[in-house]
Design a protein around this ligand. Structure first.
Ligand SMILES: NC(=O)c1ccc[n+]([C@@H]2O[C@H](COP(=O)([O-])OP(=O)(O)OC[C@H]3O[C@@H](n4cnc5c(N)ncnc54)[C@H](OP(=O)(O)O)[C@@H]3O)[C@@H](O)[C@H]2O)c1
Length: 267
């Protein structure tokens, strides 16, 4: 089995790295906040002190980082230590532009694919994510299969692009459900009735996401994803949603909590 390095052990990275350990992979991990990496040492991971140390002997490097800034910081730190022949799988949601910038910093002989995911921490733990892959997943298919189902999207960056397209529409949809619930409050409609009616309407999918449990996709990351979309073209609806998300009181709560938080915003 290949030696794997996993960098970025946040809410998503930790359960994903645990799946690789459970499958018997030799895994070296690194995280900016070291305490999160130490949690994985208990499961058998080797803990590296720097990104360079993590990737030095790796055949495959996986990154699962918050945003473009994190992607740049980590690639800058690890690039000098990458060996030719190493495969990088960037699973962070950073959009196609930042993925291209990160990939351009890799030394010759290192290949990169983008494989951002749809699905939250529950599916990360059970290996049921949807992976949007840009580039050729062939050499690392067996590893990707540990995380979920691969959708091939085209050349490098296409996975990152499709991820931003899909997640932006999900975020806009969840925010629309939140406003619908707020509107229903003003009419004095019972919440159960409203939720059932929305669930059985064409917005059923985003309604289910708005009230999902066992998920943790912080509003702060949703605002980041919408901002990535807005940086690519004019999107008035996404723009309005971004303004809503960034004025909410608690950006660490799951996206679904937009419903409760918007309800509390004074009219
Ligand atoms: N949560 C979800 O449901 C979900 C679902 C699908 C996709 N995603 C995407 O997957 C990615 C990870 O999400 P997550 O929920 O795991 O986020 P998270 O819990 O906030 O973890 C983010 C990770 O990035 C690291 N990081 C942030 N800034 C950094 C920097 N400047 N330098 C180095 N490392 C840095 C964090 O390190 P520290 O621990 O030191 O902060 C942490 O390891 C994001 O792009 C997100 O949009 C999330």
């Amino acid at each position: 089995m290949e030696k794997i390095a996993f960098l970025g052990l946040g809410s998503m990275g930790r359960p994903m790295a645990r799946r690789l350990l459970a499958a018997g992979h030799e895994l070296t991990v690194w995280n900016r906040t070291a305490a999160k990496a130490d949690l994985l040492a208990q499961d058998g991971a080797k803990v590296a002190l720097t990104p360079a140390e993590a990737v030095r002997d790796a055949d495959v490097v996986i990154t699962m980082l918050a945003d473009p800034e994190a992607g740049h910081a980590v690639v800058d730190a690890m690039a000098p230590a990458l060996r030719p022949g190493t495969h990088l799988i960037d699973m962070s949601s950073i959009g196609p532009r930042a993925f291209a910038e990160v990939a351009a910093k890799l030394p010759a002989g290192v290949t990169a694919i983008d494989a951002p995911v749809l699905g939250s921490v529950d599916r990360a733990a059970t290996g049921q994510l949807v992976l949007f892959v840009g580039g050729d997943p062939g050499p690392v298919q067996a590893i990707l299969d540990q995380f979920g189902r691969v959708t091939r999207c085209g050349g490098p960056g296409a996975g990152s692009a499709l991820k931003i397209v899909v997640i932006t529409s999900v975020i806009v949809g969840v925010t629309a459900v939140a406003e619908a619930v707020k509107l229903a409050d003003t009419y004095g409609l019972p919440e159960d009735l409203v939720r059932a009616a929305l669930a059985n309407s064409p917005v059923g999918g985003v309604t289910a996401r708005a009230f999902a449990e066992g998920v943790h996709y912080p509003i702060r990351l949703a605002a980041k994803d919408v901002a990535l979309a807005m940086a690519s073209t004019e999107l008035p609806l996404a723009d309005a949603v971004h303004a809503q998300l960034t004025r909410l009181a608690d950006s660490e709560q799951d996206l679904g909590k937009v419903v409760e938080q918007l309800r509390r915003v004074a009219v």
